[in-house]
Design a protein around this ligand. Sequence first.
Ligand SMILES: C[S@@+](CC[C@H](N)C(=O)[O-])C[C@H]1O[C@@H](n2cnc3c(N)ncnc32)[C@H](O)[C@@H]1O
Length: 358
Amino acid sequence: MTTDTRTDSLDQAELGELVESSLVDLGATVHAALAVIGDELGLYATLDETGPLTTAELAERTGTAERYVREWLRSQAAGGYVTYDPETERYSLTPEQAHLLADEDSPVFMPGAFQLVGSVAKIAPDLQEAFRTGEGIGWHEHDEDVFHGTERFFGPSYGAFLLDWIGALDGIEPRLKSGGRIVDVGCGHGAPTIRIANAYPNSTVVGIDYHDDSISVARERAASAGVADRVSFEVATAREYDGADYDLVTMFNCYHDMGDPVGVAAHVRETIQPEESWMIVEPYANDRVEENLTPFGRLGYAISTLACTPNSLSQDVGYALGAQAGEDKTREVVTEGGFTRFRRAAETPTSLVFEAKP
Ligand SMILES: C[S@@+](CC[C@H](N)C(=O)[O-])C[C@H]1O[C@@H](n2cnc3c(N)ncnc32)[C@H](O)[C@@H]1O
């Protein structure tokens, strides 16, 4: 087909919409780096604390150069992340913008997410090669910001929902209140692990991850949170961690990352008490591809392409479940590993919480 023939048959309205959405995406792509700068230099936090500021006032209060801050503020305002008042030439955050950008405990705190998406994309040259060879890329091969961004992205939602999720499991909460034994597998920097230890001081928690650097950070986090007496962290894979007769096994946003999810399920079954629960928290997803073609599904499939699928392919079996597997597929894998009971115990707009029992 010649260029002319191709151009003649184009639907101009549809093309216009595609160009428009590309413009939004182009702005969003560069916004990720600028959001991280705003977070790390305290630009959002200062706007939140002090209220409407001129570019010079914000620069002075944050010890930054006015000319950079001026350009940054204009791009933030164009994206709707900061509010500009043309009368006073001052910039500010609405309460909603502040909740999203300056409140690290908010369940919708986004700078950590921008840190994650900006840094995970740095793997693109290696990934391009992996597309040709089919080889995997391990989680540990990513930029360090991926681990910190993951912790800050997921942490606030665990703070907001973790206790509800545990409360939705069958009979687990009283056991943890009186003193139970929990293993959190694929714990990363320990964001969920430490929150469980905080909530159930009579219980003991072991965090497991194959990535030794993440385990070192998790140990530091537990010490600063004052829970090191009841949390320990060990380097191990999900298929081989030690221990038996756990009251609760948890996996937060990592089951789909495992190379051998069936083998992992079989190992969990060996380490859990017969009537107790395995809680699997996964990114929200529907069962059919066409039902996941949404903004959240797009993010899930993209991060899955960049990190989750390559990690699974880098490990033994290389099952590559993907971050948008959905309930039916997850049930299939878990039951293949020997669990007989599986149900959706809870959900949020971004998470599915499954409970499996032997
Ligand atoms: C997306 S991160 C989630 C970390 C943590 N659960 C959280 O929610 O903050 C996935 C984690 O799974 C770990 N992981 C991947 N494959 C693993 C395996 N086979 N065994 C143990 N951990 C694994 C990675 O090292 C990484 O820390």
